[in-house]
Design a protein around this ligand. Structure first.
Ligand SMILES: O=C(O)CCC(=O)C(=O)O
Ligand SMILES: [Fe+2]
Length: 310
């Protein structure tokens, strides 16, 4: 779900005084919350949500079932492996090589929604309650994502449904990715994920307590601190394009740790593959379109092969 930019192998230190916005969704002043979401999306392309309504119990159970899966012997994880000849991204993959510049991660990808797109062959059968927990989390994610997309739509001066509709309405896809970054004896030579922007619309991320995510703003790298029970939201390429550049697709990367295992659980909200990704037409009465219309599937194809899009 990401495209590599230049792969720097040894990340420079990244401590600056500015911090990533933290937004309390339970604040009764909805206008204030909306302004904070819009500002963070314009300036950073990333923000943390606290008091977002998804219980810590559910998040803990999600993390438990994912961790249990990655603790299984490799042969068992391969029960849901991405087939070698697959053109799609679903399934378990493993890139654990010490070679300089290689990524250091194992991942599991599978669709969550709409129901017609789910292929349970890629959902772990072990632990047995993986499915139940993940389905519960999906329902909550959908509600949260629709709320945030609504706020972002209104921030563009449009109807609440505008971004959701622009991504395919009820056919918008929700995708789970679980990233496991085991301890790496030479963390300066490998990255968990090279710097990239997400080729999807928006991501909702929970992680374990080990830091590692870094984001770029104004040519500086910032550490994204772990905030227990927060959900971190990142804006991807599709929202950049639908908003005609108003919302920023955040450039980010993940470092690895010498001793500690890091895990993250992004849920990606992704346009329907046949939808034409283009600045929402209502936006362009004054401003010319900055991006060429392109179907979501062609957009991803170009980005993954590093072909020009515009
Ligand atoms: O591990 C993280 O915090 C972010 C993961 C990420 O950027 C991705 O999966 O695209
Ligand atoms: Fe990413």
């Amino acid at each position: 779900m990401e495209v590599e930019r230049d792969s720097h192998t040894s990340p420079p230190p990244s401590l600056f005084a500015e911090t990533i916005p933290i937004i309390d969704l339970s604040n009764p002043d909805e206008e204030l919350v909306a302004r904070a979401v819009v500002k963070a999306s314009q300036e950073w392309g990333i923000f943390h949500l606290v008091n977002h309504g998804i219980t810590t119990d559910l998040i803990s159970r999600l993390k438990e079932v994912g961790s249990e899966f990655f603790e299984l012997p490799t042969t068992e994880k391969k029960a849901v492996a991405k087939p070698d000849d697959s053109q799609d991204y679903e399934g378990y993959t493993r890139n654990l090589q010490y070679t300089e510049g290689e990524v250091w991660a194992e991942n599991l990808f599978h669709r969550l929604w709409p129901q017609s797109c789910i292929n349970f062959d890629y959902w772990p059968k072990n632990p047995p309650h993986y499915r139940k927990v993940t389905e519960e989390y999906t329902r909550e994610m959908k509600k949260l994502s629709e709320r945030i997309l609504g706020v972002l739509s209104e921030g563009l001066g449009l109807q609440r449904e505008a971004l959701k509709e622009g991504l395919g309405g009820e056919t918008v896809e929700y995708v789970m990715r679980i990233n496991n970054f085991p301890p790496n004896p030479q963390p300066d030579s490998n990255l968990g994920l090279p710097e990239h922007t997400d080729i999807i619309a928006i991501a909702f991320i929970v992680t374990n307590e080990v830091p590692g995510l870094q984001v770029s703003k104004d040519d500086h790298w910032f550490d994204v601190h772990y905030i227990p029970s927060a959900i971190t939201v990142t804006i991807g390429d599709q929202i950049l394009r639908l908003s005609n550049g108003k919302y920023k697709n955040v450039l980010h990367r993940v470092t690895v740790d010498k001793e500690k295992q890091r895990m993250s659980w992004p849920v990606f909200v992704d346009a329907n593959p046949d939808v034409v990704i283009k600045p929402l037409p209502e936006l362009n009465t004054d401003n010319p379109s900055k991006f060429k219309p392109i179907t979501c599937k062609d957009f991803k194809y170009c980005r993954l092969l590093k072909l020009p899009v515009d």
